[in-house]
Ligand binder design. Structure first.
Ligand code: PBG
Length: 343
């Protein structure tokens, strides 16, 4: 067996000469010291769970592109909300998959107080009053073209869409929603929703603005979940942010805050940690990230192939949001991670 002692090349200083007495590994030497100096921590209080709701009873439909995620009939949505509350998850966010014959050019079914989202809100509020309910004031699950706005002659018309979304927000609030979360990126929507809520006596209903929502490839599995994948032609670049832009994201967030947003959100999450940090530093607002469907599915798919440790990757990705400055995260991992944190 040959043994070689590395010869120190001439002129190279010793590590002591290089670092002085500073040794950053000192605090990493044991589990107890790592725990002691840990700067960020993920808790169940950081989680918002997005769920998909459908008409019917006793059915949970698997979503092939999102392993472990299901579309739930109203009764099962209530059961899952109960489970979430027991796990200590503070809030859920609901998204519908609307039957195709109820979708139209303007998404008018969003204004129906009896649509599945409003009924889900009432049912969950009645059964689980202690959990927060966040509703998505956006037209895309309700339009026959899958866009978040009213489409006329190939153009998403801003102001008409804002009127519709503000009216929908009032109906969602009347159904018991605690937070209205408009995800459509129309100009002026936050101010219009705030006015409409206040005018109807819903001063205590908050607004979580999808302040910086980027045109992104990571929404793919969600569009399968809500059934817009086959409907949508073209892209959403005339209303979502260009993912090359960061200054514009700051201006979008600033505008929404001026209009009355209580909380701001960055979406997608992991590819946009720089935006989260910028917004938190700039505005000191309650700041959230949406770890979107594609991010969830990538971790699930790689784990299913045995390429990564799914549980560790899930925890690492969620802690990254905290480190970037998030107060909380919308994530499809919510119940799984809540169970894990409890153990
Ligand atoms: C649209 C909307 C999207 C998501 C939620 N609401 C994006 C889109 O379909 O363009 C994405 C959520 C996800 O990917 O998990 N208002």
């Amino acid at each position: 067996m040959n043994r070689f002692t590395p010869a120190k090349p001439a002129g190279v200083r010793s590590v002591d000469e290089i670092t002085g007495s500073r040794r950053l590994r000192r605090m990493r030497k044991a589990d107890w010291s790592r725990r002691l100096v840990q700067e960020n921590r993920l808790t169940v209080d950081d989680l918002i769970w997005p769920i998909f709701v459908i008409e019917g009873e006793g059915r949970r439909e698997p979503i092939p592109a999102m392993p472990g995620v299901f579309r739930l009939t109203l009764d099962l949505a209530v059961t899952e909300a109960e489970r979430a509350a027991k796990l200590g998850i503070p809030a859920i966010a609901t998204f519908p998959n609307i039957e195709i014959d109820r979708r139209d050019q303007t998404g008018s079914h969003i204004l129906d107080p009896e649509n599945v989202i409003n009924r889900a809100t009432r049912a969950i509020k009645a059964a689980v009053p202690e959990i927060g309910i966040i509703t998505d004031a956006a037209l895309d699950p309700f339009t026959s073209h899958g866009h978040d706005g009213i489409l006329r002659d190939g153009v998403i018309v801003n102001d008409e869409t804002v009127e519709q979304v503000a009216a929908a927000a009032v109906i969602q609030a009347a159904s018991g929603a605690d937070i209205i979360a408009p995800s459509d990126m129309m100009d002026g929507r936050i101010g219009a929703i705030r006015d409409a809520l206040d005018a109807n006596g819903f001063q205590d209903v908050a607004i979580m603005s999808y302040a910086t929502k980027f045109a992104s490839a990571f929404y793919g599995p969600y569009r399968e979940a809500v059934g817009t994948a086959g409907l949508l032609k073209g892209d959403k670049k005339t209303y979502y942010l260009d993912h090359a832009n960061s200054d514009e994201a700051v201006r979008e967030a600033e505008q929404d805050i001026l209009e009355g947003a209580d909380m701001i959100m960055v979406k997608p999450g992991l590819p946009y940690l720089d935006i989260i940090r910028r917004l938190k530093d700039e505005f000191s607002m309650p700041t959230f990230a949406y770890q979107v469907s594609g991010e969830y599915s990538m971790i699930k798919a790689a784990a299913a192939n045995g390429w990564i440790d799914g549980e560790k990757a899930m925890l690492e990705s969620l802690l990254a949001f905290k480190r970037a400055g998030c107060d909380g995260i919308l994530t499809y991992f919510a119940p799984e991670v809540a169970e894990l944190l409890r153990r």
